[in-house]
Design a protein around this ligand. Structure first.
Ligand SMILES: *Cc1c(COP(=O)(O)O)cnc(C)c1O
Length: 397
């Protein structure tokens, strides 16, 4: 049997693969300091669980409306009004099986052969792959750590061609933790209006923001840009509900309708029980978020300071999300037991073997010099893991 060519265009999610490797090592009884997780380590909020128990008890266990139940759409509409001052109607909201699924529906609804989609790098691993599945072309727009991964709007404009259809923004960003300031967003909004681009704004980490930083949605900058923007969000990260699989989109009615039609012929509705749980979280779990973010803040400081104490590793303080993204640029080319370590991937393998530390190499995020460390684990794991890391780096020739 010959498989479809799209199967060879894409690579399976490297982060999920790595997590599987770590789980297998742990199952064999090996100690692993795991920094690969793309999810918070906290339990889901009680309010979500209670709503789910009640859904099961009351028999709310059948198909629902494909695009999500009205009550959840209302809770999402309230969220946008409360947090971003944005007004949406139900026909502008789509609930899907996780934000990844939201983005997949979106890619299929908007992109086709020869379309170009601008993605600032470093980027979340799934963006380019989903665009490739939709037969379109990801166009990577590089940004650098030295400028805080900021987008230079002039440079961005020169990357726009008459085939550019959309740009993907992810602030706070996975993997860098960087955020766009208001001025940059205003510049990008102007470009989008001038060149008739769709802005895809992935705001899944909007609640995980530290220090003086503030999350702005580009859609909140004006009604014109709101019409050109689709916001993607979900309960996975904010409420530590990755397993429940609820993501959502808010945007132009025509686009939401097309995404819903695609969903109607693939997954149908997201789980009825999870939808009820998401309502419980969105309406009642503010205190949960505050507690989690406070904890993450402590871990963020511990990991960034610890990484910076290791000679050759350099790590900026991330503004949001829950990832540290240190550079091993100064260590590239060093040797261990006669072997030259010249890529983040070779360092990730070295760290796993010599330090029992699992992290994600930068290559699939579009970075040839960095590694991603998730800091959702406990402080003990962070501190012990860093100690092992430091000892391993000291062994490099
Ligand atoms: C985790 C993540 C998602 C997807 O989350 P779901 O669990 O599918 O809701 C989307 N975008 C980014 C940047 C993420 O890190």
């Amino acid at each position: 049997m010959k498989l479809a060519s799209r199967t060879t265009r894409i690579t399976p999610s490297p982060t999920l693969q790595l997590s599987a490797t770590v789980k297998a090592l742990v199952a064999q009884g090996q100690q692993v300091f795991d920094f690969t997780a793309g999810e918070p380590s906290f339990d889901s909020p009680e309010e979500a669980k209670e709503a789910a128990y009640e859904a099961i008890r009351s028999g709310f266990t059948k198909y629902t409306a494909v695009t999500g139940i009205d009550d959840l759409k209302e809770a999402i509409i309230e969220k946008f009004q409360r947090d971003q001052g944005l007004t949406y109607s139900r026909s502008q909201i789509l609930v899907s099986c996780g934000a990844k699924h939201t983005l997949f529906n979106l890619a299929l609804a908007v992109f086709e052969t020869d379309d170009e989609v601008l993605i600032p790098a470093p980027y979340w691993v799934s963006y380019p792959e989903q665009i490739l599945v939709a037969d379109a072309k990801p166009v990577i727009f590089p940004t650098s750590e030295s400028s805080g991964y900021a987008i230079n709007v002039k440079a961005l404009e020169s990357a726009i061609t008459d085939r550019t259809k959309a740009i993907i923004l992810n602030s706070p960003c996975n993997p860098t933790g960087s955020m766009y300031d208001r001025q940059t967003l205003e510049g990008i909004a102007q470009l989008a209006l001038q060149h008739n681009l769709l802005i895809i704004s992935d705001e899944i980490y909007e609640k995980m923001v530290y220090d003086q930083h503030r999350h702005y949605s580009i859609a909140s900058l004006g009604t014109d840009i709101a019409k050109h923007t689709i916001i993607v969000n979900g309960v996975s990260k904010s409420y530590s509900m990755t397993g429940w699989r609820i993501g959502y989109a808010a945007g132009p009615e025509k686009l939401i309708k097309a995404m819903g039609d695609i969903q109607s012929q693939s997954t149908s509705n997201p789980s009825s029980i999870s939808q009820k749980a998401a309502i419980g979280a969105l309406r009642n779990s503010d205190a949960f978020i505050q507690h989690m973010v406070k904890e993450l803040e402590i871990r963020r400081k511990a990991i960034v300071e610890g990484l910076n104490r290791i000679p050759g590793i350099h790590c900026p303080m991330p503004a949001g999300a829950f990832y540290a993204f240190p550079s091993v640029g100064q260590l590239l080319g060093r040797r261990f037991q006669g072997e030259t370590l010249s890529t983040p991937l070779s360092f990730a393998n070295f760290f796993l073997k010599e330090a029992q530390v699992a992290c994600v190499p930068g290559e699939p995020f579009g970075s040839p010099t960095h590694l991603r460390f998730s800091y959702t684990g406990t402080l003990e794991v962070i501190e012990e893991g860093l100690q092992h890391l430091s000892e391993a780096v000291a062994k490099l020739e």
